[in-house]
Design a protein around this ligand. Structure first.
Ligand code: KIV
Length: 274
């Protein structure tokens, strides 16, 4: 049975939460098989699936398509989908309508970026019954524009401000908060300060769970290699090796072979001189 938001909340302090991004049916099926708790259809899809420089161009139509594909593979995990840039910043009714679109596409919950300033938006989405995951620290949709990729919460003052953001999101009804590239001390402080789980990415071991972009974990995305993204394999190398073997086989005539093709009945083949 698919996990519910409540199951994830209850994991705080009991068991670490595993989350992974997912954008397509095949990969989501494998994540399911591995028993991952949360499948996140992140707007990082814009970069790793669509080749944009950042997440800003990602549209609602694209997020709905990725969410639908992942939902068809989903069995036991909780499926969370990102609200892309400008799908919720333009007002409460847009935020609710676009969250509804992601739920209709197959998500169980939506995620949006922003601290205290996003609390009212979170509250309105939650008020119509849609669970919301918060996202503070580095916020790729906007931090990138002002600061670039920089670790967040590195001073006592910044830590206090992030704790305040997390508490506001919790009070607004968020069920969970992603902490992206937050110093590990601040991330642990936030985790202790709220009753809802925190899921870290580049934020250390003190969080209630971890999330990684699946292409980073598998060693498939070559453009950026964040320090925090542990590579469990170098899949791009294996893929390129396999593709080169295929090319060699086709060029040499080694592929396809008899086991890869279909034959006519003997009599029929003779009629066409084969
Ligand atoms: O879009 C995404 O993949 C994310 C994760 C990095 C948390 O928001």
């Amino acid at each position: 049975m698919p996990r519910a938001v409540r199951d994830i909340v209850l994991m705080k302090g009991a068991k670490k939460i595993t989350a992974i991004t997912s954008y397509d049916y095949t990969m989501a099926s494998l994540c399911e098989k591995a028993g991952i708790d949360v499948l996140l259809v992140g707007d990082s899809a814009g970069m790793v699936m669509l080749g944009y420089e950042n997440t800003i161009p990602v549209t609602m139509d694209q997020m709905c398509m990725f969410t639908g594909a992942v939902s068809r593979a989903r069995k036991n995990s909780l499926l969370v989908a990102d609200l892309p840039f400008m799908s919720y910043q333009t007002g409460t009714s847009d935020a609710i309508a676009n969250s509804g679109r992601l739920i209709k596409a197959g998500a169980d919950a939506v995620k949006l970026e922003g601290g205290s300033a996003a609390a009212d938006t979170v509250k309105s989405i939650v008020s119509v019954g849609i669970p919301v995951m918060g996202h503070i620290g580095l916020q790729p949709q906007t931090t990138m524009l002002s600061e670039g990729y920089r670790v967040q919460g590195r001073t006592a003052e910044a830590a206090a401000s992030l704790v305040e953001d997390a508490k506001k999101l919790e009070n607004a009804g968020a069920f969970c908060i992603v902490l992206e590239m937050v110093s590990h001390e601040t991330a642990a402080m936030i985790t202790d300060a709220v009753r809802i789980p925190t899921i870290g990415i580049g934020s250390g071991a003190g969080c209630d769970g971890q999330v990684l972009v699946v292409q980073d974990l598998l060693g498939m995305y070559e453009k950026i290699r964040p320090k925090f993204a542990k590579r469990y394999m170098n899949l791009s190398e294996s893929i390129v090796d396999s593709l080169q073997s295929y090319k060699r086989d086709v060029e040499s005539g080694a592929f396809p072979a008899e086991e890869n093709w279909f034959s006519m009945d003997q009599g029929e083949a003779e009629k066409i001189g084969r």
